[in-house]
Design a protein around this ligand. Structure first.
Ligand code: HEM
Length: 133
């Protein structure tokens, strides 16, 4: 018996949302430079992130990395970056998906973002832990 998907998006929809999100992230004044310092091969990075979401949304076992460790090791990923990341991600979701799917995926992304942001440092000048609800 196969397990039903957690959120019924298609792999094509995941690919489109991820591509849309990174087009925005690359152009963003806060996130753009952080990604530019680490991602040397965008095709490979986006393919990995698609696998991450296939794992989280469709319960396919195709990603076994550790984003929390990778973010901490990067050294310049800050907990206050997550509010920016999530707002760009929500824009990509709204643009590409029907409202109910966008909303369901957004709730999961915010929950994951909350977990991933714990323990990371704040940027200089940031005064509070961002509200990721
Ligand atoms: C809910 C929010 C986020 C999710 C789900 C997420 C997910 C991921 C995943 C799955 C990876 C790949 C880890 C691996 O190599 O296995 C990754 C890498 C990375 N993420 Fe995030 N991330 C999030 C937020 C952020 C934020 C806020 C930043 C800040 C700029 C960021 C910057 C990076 C960087 C720099 C890498 C490493 C890329 C590389 O070395 O190729 N992420 N992220």
């Amino acid at each position: 018996m196969s397990i039903p998907p957690r959120i019924p998006v298609t792999v094509d929809q995941i690919q489109i949302v991820v591509a849309q999100f990174y087009a925005r992230a690359r152009a963003d004044p806060v996130l753009g430079p952080v990604f530019a310092a680490h991602v040397m091969d965008w095709e490979q990075h986006e393919a990995k992130i698609v696998r991450f979401w296939r794992n989280a949304l469709l319960l396919e076992r195709c990603y076994d990395g550790n984003p929390m460790q990778v973010h901490a090791a990067a050294g310049d990923v800050r907990s206050d970056h997550f509010a920016v990341w999530l707002s760009l991600f929500d824009k990509a979701l709204k643009q590409e998906l029907p409202p109910a799917l966008a909303q369901a995926w957004s709730v999961l992304a915010h929950r994951i973002g909350r977990g991933l942001s714990y323990g990371l440092p704040l940027s200089c000048g940031a005064t509070a832990v961002p509200d990721l609800s």
